[in-house]
Design a binder for this molecule. Sequence first.
Ligand SMILES: Nc1ncnc2c1ncn2[C@@H]1O[C@H](COP(=O)(O)OP(=O)(O)OP(=O)(O)O)[C@@H](O)[C@H]1O
Length: 280
Amino acid sequence: MAIARLSVDIRAFTYPDGTRALADIRFEVGKGEFCGILGSNGSGKTTLLRIMDGLVKDYDGQVLLDGRDVRKLHPRDIYRTVGLVFQNPDDQLFAHTVFEDVAFGPRNMGFGEAAVKGRVEEALAAVEMGELAGKNIHALSYGQKKRVCIAGLLAMGHEVLLMDEPTAGLDPMGEYRMMELLTRLNRDQGVTVVMATHSVDLVPLFLHRLHILSRGKIVRSGPPEEVFTAPAELESVKLRLPHIAELIHRLKHEDGLPFRRLPLTIGEARREIVEILQKH
Ligand SMILES: Nc1ncnc2c1ncn2[C@@H]1O[C@H](COP(=O)(O)OP(=O)(O)OP(=O)(O)O)[C@@H](O)[C@H]1O
């Protein structure tokens, strides 16, 4: 498949125990997008990604991959294009060594050993894990395991990565490096990335577009600077402004100044503070 555009239209999905997990979800993911599904615990993020990956099928609506219903595609066609990285890498990794784990997908797709080796090496280099190819999976750190999971999908040639909480469980530097890795894959290799997260401080710095999910429904969509403008609205869906934006919001509020645009970077916050000081 060459284009890999996802069109999501889920009218309703209810788990067998009666939990109504998703309703009226409509959005598109274009090729090369880097978008986020932002929501608090239990809002439906994992369920949505599992539907988008074709793992959950008994819902009302459709998810189209380049115009074709993912439920009707041959698994080979989905797995060559769209891949889901689970929140917990231990749910995904199973082989003895890093190399063997990443090689599993391409071997299953029928590539010869020379091509498998080339794909594994390229994928491990992309996630900066090339030097650990021979290492035992159980001897890896949590962040390294997450990178091996991504390499496993890249080695199969996935064009769309669905990432479930990729920064969960990582230390602050690990979170940043994970976001930089995803940005690099997106920007330099053209991989489309959809990530589920509740990390409001980090995400606006990297993502192009956000969909806010609350109680199984999308309540707001847009670029980060548009989505993070109304603190009360965010609070009502159990989210908050990023710390840096919260600081500016409070300063402006105290001075009766309008809060127009979300400052995402230290540079933007600095400009806003200078403006506040000039008003005094
Ligand atoms: N297998 C299941 N059977 C019944 N209900 C489920 C099942 N899996 C999830 N749910 C329910 O569906 C809703 C959405 O859960 P989901 O795991 O998709 O949320 P989430 O946003 O990914 O949460 P978190 O951030 O905590 O991982 C929750 O109310 C949850 O209890």
